[in-house]
Design a protein. Structure first.
Length: 122
């Protein structure tokens, strides 16, 4: 069943409390997008291909802190969404193992939006 391109989405959620530089944040968001795509390739290949062929929609939002991010991760897993938490290697700005971003999707936009609709955009 083919969907409208806007029906498939990926959301990258960052932590406001870390105050990462623009470059560090871009790198961490990239890690999340790649990891989500690789996971989707294994678990939901048809959805991944459809997402890639319809513009690869991505939105970047933020949460206040790690606790809020972990809650979002748990809810995403419960909904069956591809979800990847990214932790840093600790070579530049923050300690090794610091969880920096959460990637959700690609997945049905209605599910992802229901989970993230109240988050501010970055």
């Amino acid at each position: 069943m083919s969907r409208n391109p806007s029906e498939i989405s990926m959301v990258i959620i960052t932590r406001k409390d870390l105050k990462l530089s623009a470059g560090k944040l871009a790198a961490q968001a990239s890690h999340a997008a790649v990891n989500c795509a690789l996971t989707a390739r294994k678990l939901k290949p048809t959805l991944l291909e459809e997402w890639r062929n319809t513009g690869s929609r991505k939105i970047v939002c933020q949460v206040s802190n790690l606790e809020e991010m972990k809650r979002m991760y748990g809810e995403a897993r419960t909904l069956g969404l591809v979800s990847e938490m990214i932790s840093d290697a600790g070579k530049t700005e923050i300690p090794s193992g610091t969880i920096t971003v959460l990637g959700l999707g690609p997945g049905p936009r209605r599910l992802i939006d229901a989970l993230t609709k109240d988050l501010p955009l970055l």
